[in-house]
Design a protein around this ligand. Structure first.
Ligand code: GLN
Length: 206
């Protein structure tokens, strides 16, 4: 069967996630059709979702205005995988300390926006990420990235500079950085195809 994937596309780096999902699916022997989510009514048909980076205050506002926010909450409540990166992680968090973000409360984490500096402070770091297919460090790109100030009940998958930057909370994986900006799709694979706490339709051969 062909899996249905959605990339929340109200704002942010959408095309890169589409490519990363296709690459991760191919690596896991799964067929996938990826849609860009710009309106309500599409999320209920998705087996898994990515929520990209961008500008969290804008993404938050548009998701609520367009009626997509409750659909994403229902998706996670049904145990389906969600992968939230950078601004997506901010929107998915339980608390951001910023009243311009209406958090979806999908991960039990508190984030601090822009904790790693401004655009000019962007950097790439080799990260050890728990649960990756091999022991190779992951090339993590940080762009005006949030830090996870309190990981709550979430499992910390990676830290940088002593701070959690990748977490899993049931069906949701969140990263402060941008795995979609590198050709390495192992974290997409982890979030969608290897997360035993999330429900994905089995492949026919399984
Ligand atoms: N700093 C942005 C925000 O707070 C996130 C940056 C990003 O997604 N690259 O929304």
């Amino acid at each position: 069967m062909t899996l249905q994937a959605g990339v929340v596309a109200v704002q942010g780096d959408v095309a890169e996630h589409v490519t990363a999902i296709e690459r991760a699916a191919a690596a896991h022997g799964r067929d996938v059709e990826v849609r860009e989510i710009r309106e309500s009514g599409l999320v209920p048909d998705c087996d898994f979702l990515a929520m990209p980076g961008g500008e969290s205050t804008t993404i938050s506002r548009l998701l609520h205005d367009d009626g997509i926010a409750p659909e994403i909450q229902n998706h996670v409540a049904a145990g389906k995988p969600l992968f939230a990166t950078c601004a997506g992680l901010i929107v998915a968090a339980a608390d951001t300390g910023d009243e311009r973000v209406d958090e979806l409360e999908l991960l039990d984490v508190t984030v601090e926006r822009n904790a790693f500096g401004r655009q000019k402070d962007s950097f790439e770091a080799p990260l050890d990420v728990a649960g990756l297919a091999d022991d190779e460090p992951f090339p993590a790109v940080f762009i005006r990235a949030p830090a996870i100030a309190d990981a709550g009940s979430a499992e910390v998958l990676a830290t940088w500079d002593g701070r959690p930057v990748a977490v899993r909370d049931g069906p949701v994986v969140g990263t402060s950085f941008h795995p979609e900006l590198t050709p390495d799709s192992r974290i997409h694979g982890l979030a969608f195809f290897e997360n035993e706490e999330a429900a994905l339709p089995a492949s026919e051969s399984a």
